[in-house]
Ligand binder design. Structure first.
Ligand code: DC
Length: 229
């Protein structure tokens, strides 16, 4: 890591699942030519690896060791495409997006030692010319010194409808009511946990994407970067 990297600007985009932050963060990173950190993918990867190793989800020490040892690689393909994600050299890109991986991620994310094990791994993504970091605690814990901070939300109903559309497009039939229940349960777990709960950084720009197109949100976020540069 060079001095340039230490000083590289960071834009944090935090918010709940389904707020559109992943798509927005990726698009903004692409437009700015900056690096991109999908921190949720790290938690999902550790959740999967813990499942593979048949770890007891109440054994914090074993889970923290798993978080420290799991190798997560993001492999970019064509520009604008979602990168492939490898966990210990196995391509898990599709598996990572399942509700099972999300639930495992949410469970291990509540363990302080797991979050600690992932701290330096996330900070290492700060590389020149800049980083867009997507997650729950990017602006509050991992990059409190970020120059730009956004907190993106959307109503639980809209997030369930978006997820339903995504799954239907993949040919998966699930009930929208079930998705809504899962989203509310996960929101409550993420917001109420003792460590790094989901909440906006004090200085974050609050954006609600309910009824707003992704392009419009991307423009608003790019506007923040231009205004503060
Ligand atoms: O953004 P996502 O749905 O991929 O995140 C999966 C889970 O990981 C989510 O339930 C909460 C957790 N997470 C976290 O605690 N901190 C982060 N920075 C990112 C994700």
């Amino acid at each position: 890591m060079t001095v340039d990297d230490l000083l590289a600007p960071v834009l944090t985009i935090d918010g709940p699942s389904g707020s559109g932050k992943g798509t927005v963060a990726r698009a903004v990173a692409h437009k700015l030519g900056w690096h991109f950190l999908d921190s949720g993918a790290l938690y999902r990867a550790v959740g999967l690896a813990a499942g593979w190793a048949d770890l007891d989800f109440s054994d914090s020490e074993a889970l923290a060791r798993c978080a420290a040892e799991t190798q997560v690689t993001f492999r970019s393909g064509h520009v604008g495409d979602e990168p492939r994600v490898l966990v210990n050299a196995v391509d898990v890109t599709d598996e990572l997006r399942t509700e099972t991986a999300g639930a495992a991620a949410s469970a291990i994310a509540a363990i302080p030692a797991v979050r600690e094990a992932l701290f330096a791994k996330q900070r290492a993504f700060r590389v020149s010319p800049g980083l867009v970091a997507d997650g729950r605690d990017m602006g509050t814990v991992i990059f409190p010194d970020a120059r730009y901070k956004v907190f993106l939300t959307a109503s639980a109903e809209e997030r369930a409808a978006r997820r339903h559309k995504q799954l239907s497009e993949k040919g998966l039939a699930v009930s929208i009511d079930g998705l809504l229940r899962e989203i509310r349960a996960r929101d409550a777990r993420d917001a109420e946990r003792a460590v790094a709960p989901l909440r906006p950084a004090r200085e974050a720009l609050l954006l609600d994407s309910t009824g707003v197109s992704i392009n419009e949100v991307v423009e608003r976020v790019l506007g923040l970067v231009t205004a503060k540069s």
